[in-house]
Design a protein around this ligand. Structure first.
Ligand code: PLP
Length: 505
């Protein structure tokens, strides 16, 4: 680097268009945001996590404030546009900081992460090549190494940030496909998937649907997915996996097993060490979808729940779930970085070999994307700000809230506990019909008072018919037990009201 005294003066631009950047452009962004936030603070905030009204009312209010769906010939200017959008996001959007927002794996993001994300956006750096933004590349390498270390992976590990857990799972199954193919002497890039025969991917019946979608996209077909039954604790049954492997036809190739560390609906964790052993015996890739559960490693108390993660060939980590990041902040970690070789690309305009030899290299070769946001920046900033134990104590708080919800639900005669606290999730139902439970959730959505999750699940024994359930996914570390009690009171009073109406009809 040139010493400051010798650095040439920065050329001055003459345009007055406010541009973002890491120099003067940062001040432009900060000033524009401050003006927009000033406007938003005068907006009418809903009292619940969502605005009251039917979907038509709420969506209609937004579109009417945007005006006709035609790009205006002349704009209103940045301040007026920001002011209008800030107000409609506040008045018709979602408030995840509200303690009654408990529907999805969608936390209120940490302010520091959002601020860092704005900084990253202001630079418009891209992760693919050195000349598109060196700092972001170094930050991503640092972050991947730190997360791999937390996972218990060794030095040869690598990873990449992706636009979400679904895409991390897709990449994991792609790397599994390509690695197993290479072992069989097949080059998928030139030979295509047909050369593989009939690959089979195992996952539990509670695995996230992105596994099925990935198999379809990767040309394996959804028929390649075999759903392994779960036990009463909603964990994949290793004995059933062994039985299904024994029942494969001679032309079927066991390609991969996807274990879930933190199922979407229940937070349950498949028995990772046992599944790994079976995967190894059959030469299968072992992927752990820890989109939800990886964050348990931040907490001394909860880390034992995901013991065995370090045995996986690849791990999906979603820090926009437990990690309190604005989406997307997903990472695919790989135990052996050479698995990325099927993604290697030499492109004359991006990464010519002689540039690479001189260190002018980016992360093009580990991603399916070319231009790619530096999402690592917000995550790295958060880890520097709070450390492992800071995030761990946020998770412990949310876990305690789930434990409180579990015991309160179990004590309420009008409620039925379906699955107790696992990570930050509790599944239950209002005693009554499936229709009543569905209507109860919609009633709260319409009034905007509370956001509950919904799913269907077997109430007692695995295999028994599924019923419609309600779900709390508790990810607000500022909420307290009084909030959870008030939320449960609201569920009960709404259930009573609807049961009464059902009886009267
Ligand atoms: C276990 C699991 N895997 C994958 C995903 C998909 O993540 P994303 O929504 O970031 O694509 C989810 C989403 O909830 C999930 O719970």
């Amino acid at each position: 680097m040139l010493p400051a005294a010798e650095a040439p003066p920065r050329p001055r631009t003459t345009s007055t268009i406010p541009l973002a950047g890491t120099g003067e452009g940062l001040a432009e962004v900060a000033a524009a945001l401050a003006r927009a936030v000033g406007g938003a603070s005068t907006a009418r905030r809903p009292s619940g996590p969502l605005p009251a009204g039917s979907p038509q009312d709420v969506l209609g209010a937004v579109t009417s404030r945007l005006g006709p769906a035609v790009i205006p010939g002349t704009g209103v200017g940045p301040d007026a546009a920001l002011h209008r959008v800030a107000r409609l996001l506040v008045e018709q959007g979602i408030d995840l900081t509200h303690p009654f927002a408990a529907a999805h794996l969608q936390p209120p993001p940490l302010a520091v992460a959002v601020a860092a994300d704005a900084l990253a956006g202001a630079s418009n750096a891209s992760q693919d090549t050195y000349d598109s933004g060196p700092a972001g590349i170094a930050v991503e390498r640092w972050l991947v190494a730190a997360l791999a270390n937390l996972a218990g992976f060794e030095k040869r590990a690598d990873g990449v940030l992706t636009p979400g857990g679904s895409l991390s799972n897709l990449m994991a199954i792609m790397l599994a496909r390509d690695t197993v193919a290479r072992r069989l002497g097949i080059d998928i890039r030139t030979d295509g998937v047909a050369a593989l025969g009939k690959p089979v991917v195992f996952c539990s019946e509670l695995a996230h649907f992105s596994t099925h979608r990935a198999c379809a996209v990767l040309g394996l077909g959804e028929a390649a997915v075999r759903a392994v039954p779960v036990d009463a604790d909603r964990r994949m049954r290793p004995d059933a996996l062994v039985e299904m492997l024994a029942g494969l036809n001679a032309d079927e190739i066991p390609l991969a097993v996807v274990a879930t560390a933190g199922t979407t609906d229940f937070g349950s964790v498949d028995p990772l060490p046992e599944i790994c052993e079976i995967a190894r015996e059959h030469g299968m890739w072992f992927h752990a979808d820890a989109a939800y559960g990886f964050g348990a490693l931040f907490s001394d108390r909860l880390a034992p729940k995901v013991a065995g993660l370090q045995l996986a060939d690849s791990i999906t980590v979603d820090l926009h779930k437990i990690g309190w990041q604005p989406s997307a902040a997903s990472v695919l970690l790989v135990a052996d970085g050479t698995a990325f070789s099927s993604l290697e690309r030499q492109v004359d305009y991006l990464n010519p070999a002689d540039d690479g030899e001189q260190g002018y290299d980016g992360l093009l070769g580990v991603s399916l994307q070319t231009t790619r946001r530096p999402d690592a920046v917000k995550v790295a900033t958060t880890l520097l700000a709070y450390g492992r134990t800071g995030l761990g104590s946020m998770l412990d708080t949310c876990h305690d809230l789930a434990l409180h919800a579990e015991s309160r639900i179990a004590a309420e005669p009008e409620l039925e506990l379906v699955a107790g606290a696992n990570l930050t999730t509790v599944v239950f139902r209002y005693r009554g019909s499936d229709e009543l439970n569905g209507a109860l959730r919609r009633d709260l959505l319409r009034s905007g008072q509370a956001l509950l999750g919904r799913t269907s699940a077997f109430p007692d024994e695995p295999g028994s018919p599924s019923v419609t359930c309600l779900k709390f996914t508790l990810l607000n570390p500022n909420a307290g037990v009084d909030d959870i009690d008030a939320l449960i009171d609201l569920v009960i009073s709404t259930g009573r009201k609807l049961a009464h109406q059902e009886g009267a009809a």
